[in-house]
Design a protein around this ligand. Structure first.
Ligand code: 2AM
Ligand code: CA
Length: 264
């Protein structure tokens, strides 16, 4: 079990914001049947969760910077530490009442992610990782899956949304991978996809055009679980390029090779 003052601060903040999202999810189930739908309500839920996270994290670690999906950049007096936070990853799932969404909190120190928490309040799955101390799901130590044959692997991807990204490229990537893997998945919450790779549930995952808050906590989760994370180029930093490939060393290498070839 991983417990440190830092992780405790992050977990407490994630759980409080998680209670708020859980209450809001109940309300969404009522709004779902209305003509207007719950979209505006969700964007409020999102902002409320981010404010809670900011308040809790800033109270415990005054001076740390804060980058959140909803509130943008808040500088702090301490220039070496920055929280990178997604208060609601998997917004479309949440909006539709699909219980695959999470709060994602990463802590960056001098350019390196040193701690991460990913929490899905819908099923109470809490993933934590701290540099050099391992990754855990609800107190159980995580290890990436060990498979070394692609045709035995279950792999997930993310797909570009309406009006974004390269849809044609995404289709070509899927067509090639579909022919090589045992199973193909698309869950819609990047942080949880990465957590699933860390937990050995998924053998691999890739997605393009993400934001740092989608991946910051996931990146350390996978590395602490013995996996490999990079951008699509194989050695680039996903937090800089916005593209991510992850898996065990073998699966990561295969995905890089295949996706690079498809992208040419
Ligand atoms: P979000 O739910 O916080 O927006 C789905 O493929 C994944 O992509 C989700 O983790 C989603 O995070 C993320 N994502 C990043 N940029 C997005 C965008 N412009 N529109 C929708 N989802 C986006
Ligand atoms: Ca997100």
């Amino acid at each position: 079990m991983l417990s440190s003052a830092l992780i405790n601060v992050m977990v407490k903040a994630a759980r409080r914001a998680g209670r708020s999202l859980s209450r809001d999810l109940g309300e969404i189930e009522n709004l779902q049947v209305s003509l207007k739908g719950p979209a505006n309500f969700v964007s409020l839920a999102d902002k409320r969760a981010e404010e809670m996270l900011y308040a809790d994290l800033a109270k415990s670690r005054p001076g740390y910077g804060f980058i959140g999906e909803e509130g943008g950049n808040r500088e702090g007096a301490d220039k070496s530490h920055t929280w990178i936070v997604d208060p609601l990853d998997g917004t479309t799932n949440f909006l539709h009442g699909i219980p695959q969404f999470a709060i994602s909190i990463g802590l960056r120190r001098e350019g390196t992610i040193i701690a991460g928490v990913i929490y899905n309040p819908a099923n109470d799955e809490l993933y934590i990782a701290e540099r050099g101390k391992g990754a855990f799901l609800n107190d159980q130590r995580l290890r990436v899956a060990g498979r070394r044959k692609l045709d035995e692997c279950v792999v997930a991807c993310g797909l570009p949304h309406i009006g974004r990204g390269d849809h044609e490229l995404a289709l070509r990537e899927m067509a090639v991978l579909q022919n090589k893997v045992a199973g193909f998945r698309r869950f819609g919450a990047a942080s949880l996809d990465m957590a699933f790779v860390a937990a050995g549930r998924l053998d691999g995952y890739w997605e393009r055009n993400l934001q740092p808050w989608d991946m910051a906590a996931g990146q350390i989760m996978i590395r602490e679980a013995g996996g490999v994370v990079s951008g699509i180029e194989g050695s680039d930093d996903p937090l800089k390029t916005g593209n991510v490939i992850c898996g065990n060393e073998f699966v990561h290498g295969e995905l890089v090779k295949i996706l690079k070839a498809v992208g040419k």
